[in-house]
Write a protein that binds this ligand. Structure first.
Ligand code: 3PG
Length: 306
């Protein structure tokens, strides 16, 4: 029997797990569940004879693939797949897929929620400000960026975006101003929201020189990846510029140092962007269907290690 492991250190909501099980069992496969594991050894033991794995931000490296002798496919139920060693997967003849767009609305709603929290001074009782009329710059106009734009427009914000891989025409078609460059996006907006993946090009790219071009009182919000921030440089800049706020859904490595900026720094305790029942269900069910489609019919749509 084909065995599918759902390995989620941060578990899906119960209805999502039930939906995945229904699809897997409906296809005549068996489902195993490993949630809230604390040691890599638990993951290594769980993968021993599975054919497929559904994960979230769980790390799948060469050691995991060595331990998973029957493994044919890993589906990251979500967008970013920087947690999977793609080279090792290809070397092990393992197909890797993601489920783009399935959790994008959830992340985008959190962006606006965190922004309201920030402009209202983290609800400390003092008069804050409104988002209406403020200028929002969106860095990367993929599924999440587009949803952020849609919701921000509902707040009456002036929305701009820049994406090195997306044409100005496609950005303008969404009713969003296309900034000419990343530099312009940072210099011209009151708030910049990051939606870039963690790649060799983007890692550490949000640095002091770039953020220092932001307007007085600017807010930087990160619901993407911690690796894109040059943390020591951002800390140095926030020490110099007491007007800047940094709010993030990914706890920085230097969380303790950022904590000195009371009232100007906030991090969720655990990444919460995609943590809704709807997003879990959408992404989990898409992942299950992609596994069934691949194993039964060889469908490789959404493969990321081609
Ligand atoms: C993603 O890349 O899809 C998001 O960062 C969500 O990650 P999570 O599934 O670990 O919450």
């Amino acid at each position: 029997m084909v065995k599918v492991l759902v390995a989620t250190e941060k578990p899906f909501a119960a209805p999502a797990v039930a939906g995945i099980k229904e699809i897997i069992e409906g296809a005549g496969f068996g489902m195993l569940l490993l949630e809230k594991y604390t040691e890599k050894a638990q993951l290594l033991a769980a993968v021993a004879d599975v054919d497929a794995i559904i994960i979230r931000s769980d790390k799948i490296d060469a050691e995991v693939m060595d331990a998973a002798k029957n493994l044919k496919i890993v589906v990251r139920a979500g967008a970013g797949y920087d947690n999977v060693d793609l080279e090792a997967a290809t070397a092990h003849n393992v197909v890797v897929m993601n489920t783009p767009g399935q959790n994008a609305n959830a992340v985008a709603e959190l962006v606006l929620g965190m922004l309201v929290f920030a402009v209202r001074n983290f609800y400390n009782g003092k008069a804050g400000s409104e988002l209406k009329g403020k200028k929002l710059g969106i860095l990367a106009f993929g599924n999440v960026g587009r949803n952020v734009a849609r919701i921000a427009q509902g707040f009456g914000m002036e929305v701009s975006a820049f994406d090195a891989y997306c044409s100005a025409e496609s950005i303008e078609a969404a009713g969003v101003h296309a900034a000419a460059s990343q530099a312009e996006l940072f210099a011209e907006n009151d708030i910049v929201s990051l939606h870039i993946p963690a790649t060799p090009e983007t890692k550490q790219s949000i640095n002091k020189a770039l953020v220092n071009t932001m307007k007085k009182g600017a807010i930087l919000i990160n619901t993407a990846r911690k690796e894109v921030i040059n943390e020591p440089e951002l800390i140095a800049l926030m020490a110099e510029r007491t007007d800047l706020k940094y709010i993030t859904d990914i706890k920085p490595d230097a969380d303790a140092e950022f904590a000195q900026f009371e009232g100007r720094y906030f991090s969720t305790p655990k990444k919460m962007g995609a943590q809704t029942a709807e997003a879990n269900t959408n992404a989990g069910i898409a992942a299950a269907n992609q596994i069934v489609g691949f194993i039964k019919d060889g469908i490789t749509k959404f493969q990321v290690n081609k």
